[in-house]
Design a protein. Structure first.
Length: 260
């Protein structure tokens, strides 16, 4: 991808292709040995979450399989900021952001009903109800409803891209409604993890009244259905100058930051 800062191919393979794959297998194995009780547990990221051992997404949250890049980025912020979590799932990164005393507000968007219930529960478990606003909706260009495909065994794979018969009907907020939900006082750090809907969400963010205050966007890329070059071009046009890639192969994350 043009203009993208990326690790060496060998380093990326070792860190993401090898170590991360082994970490996922380890998380699945250890989680299979755990009790089925839904007691609150403290994850390896330091935040409390309601246990859901049968959900692979929760397993990865508990065992810190997602790595430290975004977690450390949020924890290391040293000026007042607000965090916008688009595709919050059970709230891992919303909770990590809220634990930083420099984080003033968090807006967490999660459209799947069962996952949203866990998000709200986890916010309460961590005592973050006054700082974190959970919104039971997806983000797109126009408000309305849509059908999303879900998987109880891996809640993080819920996708509008696979929506259809048998899916769950969810609420969608267009950018005007999204803008109304976001705090207007502080620089914004945004995470976008929406399983193939990233281009549309970033297009919506580019039309947001909050765009000048967005300092960084952390987003997921899967080359099977994401035009990474188009996303980068749109964000460069909006003033983002530094793009750092984390990952290996066709599926990776990108942190886009403004020059300042």
């Amino acid at each position: 991808m043009t203009g993208l800062v990326a690790p060496s191919p060998v380093g990326a393979f070792i860190e993401y292709g090898l170590f991360k794959t082994l970490a996922k297998w380890r998380a699945r194995l250890l989680s299979a040995l755990r009790r089925t009780a839904a007691d609150p547990v403290r994850t390896r990221y330091g935040v409390l979450m309601r246990a859901n051992w049968r959900d692979r997404t929760f397993q990865y949250c508990y065992h810190a399989t997602y790595g430290r890049v975004l977690a450390d980025y949020l924890a290391d912020q040293r000026r007042p900021f607000s965090f916008v979590d688009i595709g919050a799932n059970q709230g891992l990164y919303s909770l990590i952001a809220a634990a930083n005393p420099h984080c003033r507000t968090v807006t967490a968007f999660e459209p799947v009903a069962a996952t949203f219930a866990r998000l709200a529960d986890n916010i309460a478990l961590n005592g973050d109800s006054e700082k974190v606003c959970a919104v039971d909706a997806a983000v797109s260009l126009e408000s309305g409803t849509a059908t999303i495909a879900t998987d109880a065994a891996h809640s993080g794979t819920a996708s509008l891209r696979h929506g259809g018969a048998g899916g769950e009907t969810i609420r969608i907020l267009g950018i005007a409604d999204v803008d109304a939900a976001i705090d207007e006082r502080f620089p914004l750090v945004v995470k976008v993890d929406v399983e193939g809907h990233e281009e549309t969400v970033i297009e919506a963010l580019a039309a947001s009244t909050h765009l000048p205050r967005i300092a960084a966007i952390f987003y997921e890329v899967d080359r099977r259905w994401t035009d990474a070059a188009a996303i980068e071009a749109r964000l460069r046009g909006a003033g983002f100058a530094r793009f750092t890639r984390y990952g290996f192969g066709r599926h990776y994350d990108v942190l886009a930051e403004r020059a300042s």
